[in-house]
Design a binder for this molecule. Structure first.
Ligand code: CAA
Length: 279
C-alpha cells in the first residue's frame, strides 16, 4: 500500500519518514515548495547524524530515501491507500484540504488527520466519504515517539477504524483510543501543565528552575518550558486555546505570557528564541 502525507512541516515530514522507515512508499506533498526543500535538508542532516553515530547504515539510509518522494501537487494523492493530513492547525484550512483530497483521491482511500485537537467529524463533513475519515495523532518528533492516538469521528465506520489501527501498528506505534474532545488524551493533560509552567514564569520564576524541578522531581525527559520551546510556543498556545474554546471552561485559560511571546515572534527553537535562547 502507498501512503501520502499532506504537509511537509515538522509533523508531516516526520510522519512521512516514519512510514518510509517501516517499509511503505510515501509521497510527501506540500503546496509550498520551500517547505519541501526544508524537509529534505532536515531529513538528510538527521540521517547523516544517524549514519555517523552508527544507528543507521548507509544502505538503510539509501533504501529509506528510495521510498520517499515529494510533490507540490495535491492531485498526486492518486494511488495512495491512506492519506495522512498534517497541515497547520486551522479548521478552515483543514476543511479545504479535505475537500480537495476527497476530489483527488481514489474512492476507496482512507483519509486521516494528524490534528492535535480539532474536530474530526467537522473535517469528515467536508468530504463525501465521512465514514472513511478519522484521526491519528502522532507526537513530536514523530519517528521517535512511540504513541499514536486513534480518534473516531461520529461517522467513522468499523472497517476504516480497523484498517487504520492495523496500519498504525504496522508503522510500529502503540495505539490508544482517544475521545473526540479537544486535546484527546495526551494534550488534555500535558498542555495545561505547560500552560501552568508559563504562568509561573509570568509570576517571576526562572524557566530553568521550573524545568529542573519537573525533570528531577517528576522524572520528565524535558521540562515543560523546554518542551514548549521544542514543539513551538504557537503550537502549544493553539492547543491550549482549543481546550479553552472547546470545553468553554476557564480552567483552560491560556497564559497571557504565551500570547505576548507569540506576538513578538518568540516561538521557541524554530525562531531561536522562546523561554530560552538558541543559536
Ligand atoms: N526528528 C527525528 N528524530 C529525532 C529527532 C527529531 N526531531 N530528535 C531526535 N531524534 C532521534 C535521533 O536521531 C536519535 O535516534 P537514534 O537513536 O536512532 O540515533 C534519537 O531520537 C535520540 O536522539 P538524541 O540522543 O539526540 O536525543 P535525546 O536522547 O535527548 O532524546 C527526545 C530526544 C526523544 C526528543 C527526548 O528529549 C524526549 O522524549 N523529549 C520529550 C518529547 C515529548 O514530550 N514530545 C511530545 C510533545 S507534545 C506533542 O507532540 C503533542 C502536540 O500535539 C503538540
Amino acid at each position: 500500500m502507498k501512503v501520502a502525507v499532506i504537509g511537509a512541516g515538522l509533523m508531516g515530514s516526520g510522519i512521512a519518514q516514519t512510514c518510509a522507515q517501516a517499509g511503505y512508499e510515501v509521497k510527501n506533498i506540500d503546496v509550498f515548495e520551500p517547505a519541501i526543500e526544508k524537509a529534505k535538508v532536515n531529513i538528510e542532516k538527521l540521517f547523516a547524524k544517524k549514519v555517523a553515530k552508527g544507528s543507521m547504515t548507509e544502505a538503510q539510509k539509501n533504501e529509506i530515501f528510495e521510498r520517499m518522494t515529494y510533490s507540490s501537487n495535491m492531485e498526486d494523492v492518486r494511488g495512495a491507500g491512506i492519506i495522512i493530513e498534517a497541515v497547520p492547525e486551522k479548521i478552515e484550512l483543514k476543511k479545504s484540504v479535505f475537500k480537495q483530497l476527497d476530489k483527488a483521491a481514489d474512492p476507496e482511500t482512507i483519509i486521516v488527520s494528524n490534528t492535535s485537537g480539532l474536530s474530526i467529524s467537522e473535517m469528515a463533513a467536508a468530504t463525501m466519504r465521512p465514514h472513511k475519515v478519522m484521526g491519528v495523532h502522532f507526537f513530536y518528533p514523530a519517528p521517535v515517539m512511540k504513541l499514536a492516538e486513534l480518534i473516531r469521528g461520529i461517522a467513522t465506520d468499523d472497517d476504516t477504524y480497523s484498517k487504520v489501527r492495523g496500519f498504525v501498528i504496522s508503522i510500529k506505534k502503540t495505539v490508544v483510543d482517544a475521545p473526540e474532545y479537544p486535546g484527546f488524551i495526551v494534550n488534555r493533560i500535558l498542555v495545561p501543565m505547560q500552560n501552568e509552567a508559563a504562568f509561573m514564569v509570568m509570576e517571576g520564576c526562572k524557566p530553568e528552575d521550573v524545568d529542573n524541578a519537573m525533570k528531577l522531581g517528576a522524572n520528565h525527559p524535558m521540562g515543560p518550558l523546554e518542551l514548549t520551546d521544542f514543539v513551538g510556543i504557537d503550537v502549544m498556545l493553539a492547543t491550549m486555546t482549543g481546550l479553552y474554546n472547546g470545553f468553554h471552561d476557564s480552567k483552560y485559560r491560556p497564559c497571557p505570557l504565551l500570547e505576548t511571546m507569540v506576538k513578538a515572534g518568540h516561538l521557541g527553537r524554530k525562531t531561536g528564541q522562546g523561554f530560552y535562547k538558541y543559536d
